[in-house]
Design a protein. Structure first.
Length: 250
């Protein structure tokens, strides 16, 4: 049984998976396909990219970061979720997927587009607005059902990528806290920051020396230089209601 199953491989789900995986939780992201962000022709309002960034490249890099953190991915669409109890000790949820094997997880983090039909059997508190079904959440994205959380658009957060990423991270911290994982704040600090004050390094933190810092920086720069060495040969995904001639690209 996984510690947490994240439904949705968009910005909110990816950000959440980075945090839960780095905290040592066995994390599975069930990705139903292309993120809605792939429709963005240029991501212009995300901090750290002064002139914007190709949204598909951003998604690729964020997925790579999640995998590096230890998150696993499965392509599929969750169609149904309900409580399950194994023996007398372990409680969690079973998730049915279209054409796949059932998945079991101690916690569910819904980060999909606001079609929450798959959560209906759990009575999490769904809100309909037009053809969308959002999930009512409280502090940290917690729903009315213990162990079920929602982040990003399905939790009625705004569309913007930076908001989705931030909310995904915030909800992930709630999952970590509720899992009782010894975890402080995922902070990499200079050598001696804690120990130089006769303090133990807190859980989830790490002290590194200058040599290690330079090595990590070199790897980080190489990764980004490789990622941005050539333009992506991909076009944004058009809204499905719009027909587009594939021959007019240039």
């Amino acid at each position: 049984m996984r510690d947490v199953c994240i439904v949705g491989g968009g910005v909110a789900g990816l950000a959440a998976s980075i945090f839960t995986a780095r905290a040592g939780l066995d994390t599975l992201v069930v990705d139903g396909g292309e993120s809605i962000l792939a429709r963005n022709a240029s991501l212009e309002n995300y901090p750290g990219f002064p002139n914007g960034v190709d949204a598909r490249r951003y998604l690729e890099l964020t997925r790579e970061q999640a995998r590096t953190a230890g998150a696993a991915f499965e392509l599929g669409r969750v169609t149904h979720a309900e409580p399950v109890t194994e023996g007398e000790l372990e409680e969690g949820f079973v998730l049915e997927t279209a054409g796949g094997e059932p998945l079991e997880a101690r916690r569910i983090l819904a980060a999909s587009w606001p079609n929450s039909d798959y959560l209906e059997p759990l009575d999490v508190g769904r809100m309909q607005r037009g053809n969308k079904h959002f999930v009512s959440v409280g502090d940290g994205g917690r729903t009315a059902v213990d162990g079920v959380y929602a982040a990003g658009r399905i939790a009625d957060e705004p569309h913007q990528a930076v908001v989705a990423a931030g909310h995904g991270a915030k909800v992930a911290l709630a999952v970590i806290y509720d899992s009782e994982v010894p975890f402080y704040q995922d902070w990499v600090v200079p050598e001696g920051y804690f120990t130089g004050r006769d303090r133990d390094v807190p859980p989830g933190c790490e002290e590194i020396g200058d040599e290690e810092r330079r090595e990590r920086d070199e790897v980080a720069r190489e990764t980004m230089l490789e990622a941005f060495a050539e333009p992506l040969d991909e076009r944004p995904t058009m809204h499905p209601s719009v027909e587009r001639d594939g021959d007019d690209e240039d």
